[in-house]
Design a protein around this ligand. Structure first.
Ligand SMILES: NC(=O)c1ccc[n+]([C@@H]2O[C@H](COP(=O)([O-])OP(=O)(O)OC[C@H]3O[C@@H](n4cnc5c(N)ncnc54)[C@H](OP(=O)(O)O)[C@@H]3O)[C@@H](O)[C@H]2O)c1
Length: 224
């Protein structure tokens, strides 16, 4: 997809991978909307931050009403990126924390995707990128909640890919290893090696910019 002039929505735009991706998409010429609870520090005429908690369906609906309303019902690219993790023994996980993680990392992707699929189907065009994790490919000690959400997003992606390819819509899941963001301040673990969020953003843009006839459905990328 040639990104110049295309309409892109990135969830979790206020920091880390999402913020780098907003900047990379703007550099590629897209019109970009970012959804997050705290402000997204980007001041660019082709960017608009929409305050939304992606665990709240009504707030997602209000944000997409604005995007779809401003562009004649058109979204070309959705990146389901908002997410967080924690790593602790199962008996230390409160049910409310489990539910919040699944709501943020998994259910939000379902809700945001539902917002864009009808218009993408009508136009026989579009791409949905889900941010998974290597934690969605293998289990990690303490990661019952996080790994469950990221394994699930891989299954969600693969099923969605099979469902939407006949409508000209590409679905990809990118599974990064550790990325240097604030994620680990909250997660309670510290890896030894990291990818840089700007590099990951460049990779996602490169996937999106592949010819429309190519369907890169899954990519795992680790720090060397
Ligand atoms: N860092 C890594 O090593 C790594 C590796 C693999 C995959 N990932 C995945 O990459 C994605 C981005 O993580 P990151 O590393 O960039 O971490 P980050 O810097 O903490 O960014 C997380 C983003 O998600 C947003 N977010 C969290 N809960 C939200 C909610 N309820 N509503 C709206 N936005 C919400 C945050 O915005 P607000 O707080 O402003 O709402 C923030 O913009 C996540 O899905 C994560 O699981 C990260």
């Amino acid at each position: 997809m040639e990104l110049a002039g295309k309409i892109a929505v990135v969830t979790g735009s206020s920091s880390g991978i999402g913020l780098s991706l907003v900047r990379a998409l703007l550099d590629a010429g897209a019109v970009v909307y970012g959804l997050s609870r705290s402000a997204t520090p980007v001041d660019q005429p082709r960017f608009r931050w929409l305050k939304a908690d992606v665990t709240i369906e009504q707030e997602i609906g209000q944000a997409f009403d604005i995007v779809l309303g401003q562009h004649g019902g058109r979204v070309d690219l959705l990146v389901n990126n908002a997410g967080f993790g924690f790593f602790r023994d199962i008996e230390m996980i409160e049910t409310a924390d489990w539910r919040r993680l699944i709501d943020t990392n998994l259910t939000a992707a379902f809700l945001c995707t539902k917002q864009v699929v009808p218009s993408m189907k009508a136009k026989h065009h579009g791409m949905i990128v889900n941010v998974g994790s290597v934690a969605g490919k293998r289990g990690i000690k303490g990661g019952t909640a996080y790994c469950a959400s990221k394994f699930a997003i891989n299954g969600f992606s693969e099923s969605l890919m099979e469902e939407l390819r006949e409508f000209g819509i590409r679905v990809a899941c990118i599974n990064p290893g550790s990325v240097m963001t604030g994620f680990f301040d909250r997660a309670g673990i510290q890896p030894k090696k990291y990818l840089q969020p700007d590099d990951l953003a460049r990779l996602i843009v490169a996937l999106v910019e592949l010819p429309d006839g190519m369907l890169p459905d899954e990519l795992t990328v680790r720090p060397l």
